[in-house]
Ligand binder design. Structure first.
Ligand code: F3S
Ligand code: F3S
Length: 106
């Protein structure tokens, strides 16, 4: 079980979630952040601190945002499991799903 960051994060990137994550598994892309699905321990600490409610348990993702679950996994297909966002640095690109998102759309 893991947590997922969804559309409300796009172009907001508040980063409060990063401060809460005990395993440093929240990686920054150019327009949003991604939780590594294999590195996340599912503690839930990141979910309540996001001011725009972008973080969901994967089982609670609204249907219109369900695509962000597989998108997070796909983002790390190339990067693998770096084992820590701070050491590995920002991601070079966003998942294509971000391209169709804007802060004002659902
Ligand atoms: Fe994004 Fe919310 Fe974290 S806006 S960076 S998911 S605190
Ligand atoms: Fe990290 Fe826990 Fe969230 S491991 S990504 S703070 S659920």
């Amino acid at each position: 079980m893991t947590y997922v960051i969804a559309q409300p994060c796009v172009d907001i990137k508040d980063r409060a979630c990063i401060e809460e994550c005990p395993v440093d598994c929240i990686y920054e892309g150019p327009r949003m952040l991604y939780i590594h699905p294999d590195e996340c321990v599912g503690c839930g600490a990141c979910e309540p601190v996001c001011p725009v409610e972008a973080v969901f348990h994967e089982d609670d993702l609204p249907q219109e945002r369900a695509v962000f679950g597989p998108a997070a996994a796909e983002v790390f297909e190339e990067a693998g499991s770096p084992g820590g966002a701070t050491a590995s640095g920002p991601l070079g690109s966003d998942h294509p799903v971000v391209g169709g998102s804007s802060p004002v759309s659902a």
